[in-house]
Design a protein around this ligand. Structure first.
Ligand code: ADP
Ligand code: ADP
Length: 230
């Protein structure tokens, strides 16, 4: 089974009201195990909407969402949340780390929420930090880290519960080009080493070209391949 399968996804905001906007019009996407897919979309095309639906944070008006062959759009809110915590990892353009906790604690917390023991959570946090080259930053709070380090920690937090699918929205978008390149390379190395599947939204076509496949969101549909101006 594909890790993620979206079929005929429809989403309209303000249905039947002034300002109605039909964002997704039958969007379809399938991601195989180990596949890393770039999502490129002009601003306002519905990238966030699509990522929220794939991430089980929002439900579509029509169509089906499957993870590992199981229907998600028909689950109860409770089971969908459990699935989100255990099967999905999220990384955003801005890290959203908790400022009062250290790097290690930020990565341990989602594991504790998922039922892990404290010692095991700490050990995994350390191993993840080591895998992205910042083991020595484990005890630092976010404010004491560079932008690139913060994004590495955010990535480790997304990896905390060993997700099957990583969803990322411009994960290196707020970094300068050289740092973005280095951080992206570090993240991709871990993704490849773990055989993780990923859907990564980016405006950077050079980064997109380093993924397995590029899909473009346009006119409410997903198409294979990127256009120059994306
Ligand atoms: P992107 O991430 O590609 O910029 P979004 O998915 O955020 O696009 O939004 C797509 C369109 O839907 C935009 O026109 C946006 O204004 C509109 N939109 C998004 N969320 C809402 C909402 N909650 N209510 C009404 N319109 C929305
Ligand atoms: P918790 O209560 O443990 O924070 P949630 O079920 O609220 O867990 O969230 C699970 C995952 O979904 C987390 O990785 C969280 O970052 C992400 N998430 C939750 N709500 C949103 C949201 N509105 N937008 C983006 N990501 C979200």
């Amino acid at each position: 089974d594909p890790v993620l399968r979206l079929a005929a996804i429809e989403k309209t905001y303000k249905k039947g009201k002034p300002g109605e906007v039909r964002v997704l019009r039958g969007a379809a996407l399938s991601i195989d195990p180990g596949e890393v897919v770039a999502l490129v979309a002009p601003s306002g095309a519905g990238k966030s909407t699509l990522l929220h639906i794939a991430g089980l944070l929002d439900t579509p008006d029509g169509g089906t969402v499957e993870i590992g062959g199981a229907r998600m759009d028909t689950l109860s809110d409770r089971r969908r949340t459990a699935m989100r915590r255990s099967a999905l990892g999220f990384v955003y353009q801005f890290h959203h780390l908790l400022p009062e906790f250290t790097a290690e604690e930020n990565i341990a917390l989602p594991q504790l929420a998922n039922g892990a023991a404290r010692a095991a959570a700490r050990e995994r946090a350390r191993a993840l930090l080591d895998s992205v080259g910042i083991a020595d930053r484990a005890g630092h709070r976010p404010a004491a880290l560079s932008g690139g380090e913060q994004q590495r920690v955010a990535f480790c937090r997304a990896m905390a519960n060993a997700p099957r699918l990583l969803l990322a929205d411009e994960p290196t978008g707020n970094l300068d080009p050289a740092t973005s390149d280095r951080v992206f390379a570090a993240l991709m190395q871990v993704v490849r080493d773990t055989g993780l599947s990923a859907l990564i939204a980016t405006h950077n076509l050079e980064l997109a070209a380093r993924m397995d496949r590029v899909v473009q969101l346009e006119d409410g549909l997903l198409r294979e391949g990127a256009r120059e101006q994306a």
